[in-house]
Design a binder for this molecule. Structure first.
Ligand code: PMP
Length: 355
């Protein structure tokens, strides 16, 4: 830290993304990326003619991609804003809808960025604990007294709240915005998108990083009634009007037109997930029911940290989070069946099964 950093940020702890060590090649199951490449349409869209246009700014209104994405979801272009990853849109939502009188409300165990965004915006957090089984209890959120942020399915647990529970939370907070972060919903949760027409306080956030195999392109989008989207646009145009680069916009639009390809990828990931769950049960692991492209699993031997370190030594990266309540677990991204077999082989080696 330099002596110049504003006092507002002294002691701030930035978000720590999943590690990307360069010392050797790993089976990388730690950042919830898709193991599958982008669709053929995406590869074709990013061609040298498009690269040759990089001297020109992109469309600040992202019209073409916004029309394609919103249309595919039955919404109008006035109901969507694209972001440089959904992280950027979550950041805009914290800026726009939290302040000294309006805290951010979120679970104790959830996406680690929420607490960082609250801190960097100097707003209070009201943290509501998940229950003993790491389940979110919707009634805890009625009259939450602030802007609500819910990851559904949640990360790192993988658990999802049924749509009726999400709707009850939206209805239970008529004076506040409820942001439903559906980064992983395509892998098995009910989406709240159909509720947008019904509620003026709902924002649903999606990403193309997980179920559209585009983590490297950084594309997310938020959907809501036009008034809320206008507020998010005020944040965007006050920060970076050209937040979406030309190539990512083309990739996003092409991905929407290749939905069959992505549905197949999601189906493969869900099938690998269920196969991995059974395999881990067979090794006496405690595995939470997952609706996402990852598992939250507690090994039957040793601590979560020891398991993480043992896997890393054997060339497999998973994510271990140090929070006290979940320190016995690791979060395992679902890769291909071959990658999951590598995880299981490393696990067996640690358990002494291969000796
Ligand atoms: N929300 C949740 C719950 C996530 O796990 C992630 C991925 N780290 C994001 C949002 C952000 O995804 P991206 O910025 O890649 O769209």
């Amino acid at each position: 830290m330099s002596s110049f950093l504003s006092g507002r940020f002294s002691g701030i702890e930035a978000y720590v993304p999943g590690e990307q060590p360069q010392d050797r090649s790993y089976v990388k199951l730690n950042t919830n990326e898709s193991p599958y490449p982008p669709s053929p349409g995406v590869l074709a869209a990013i061609n040298s003619a498009e690269v040759a246009r990089l001297n020109l700014y992109p469309d600040p209104d992202t019209r073409s991609a916004a029309l394609a994405i919103s249309g595919a979801l039955g919404l109008g272009p006035e109901n969507i804003i694209l972001g440089n990853g959904s992280d950027e849109l979550l950041a805009f939502a914290f800026q726009a809808f939290c302040d000294a009188k309006t805290p951010a409300v979120y679970a104790d165990i959830t996406y680690g960025f929420y607490s960082v965004y609250a801190r960097i915006n100097c707003v209070e957090s009201r943290v509501l604990p998940l229950d003993d089984t790491l389940r979110l209890v919707p009634s805890d959120y009625y009259g939450a007294g602030g802007t609500v942020f819910i990851a559904n399915p949640n990360s790192p647990t993988g658990r999802a709240v049924p749509l009726a529970g999400i709707e009850a939370i939206i209805r239970g907070n008529p004076g506040n915005v409820v942001v439903v972060d559906e980064a992983y919903a395509a892998f098995g949760a009910e989406s709240a998108v159909p509720l947008i027409a019904k509620y003026d306080n709902l924002i649903v956030v999606h990403t193309m990083s997980k179920s559209k195999n585009l983590a490297g392109a950084r594309v997310g989008y938020a959907m809501a009634r036009s008034e809320l989207i206008a507020d998010l646009n005020t944040m965007k145009f006050s920060f970076n009007p050209y937040n979406m680069n030309r190539l990512s916009l083309l990739a996003a639009e092409a991905a929407i037109n290749d939905s069959d390809y992505y549905e197949e990828c999601v189906a493969k990931i869900v099938s690998s997930r269920e196969r991995a769950v059974l395999a881990l049960y067979g090794r006496m692991f405690d595995v939470l029911p997952s609706r996402a492209n990852f598992l939250f699993a507690k090994p039957s031997f040793g601590s979560g940290r020891d398991y993480y370190l043992g896997l890393k030594e054997r060339g497999v990266l998973v994510r271990h989070l140090p929070q006290e309540r979940i320190k016995d677990y690791v979060r395992i991204t679902i890769g291909t069946d071959e990658q999951m077999d590598a995880l299981l082989a490393a696990t067996d080696d640690m358990m002494g099964k291969n000796r």
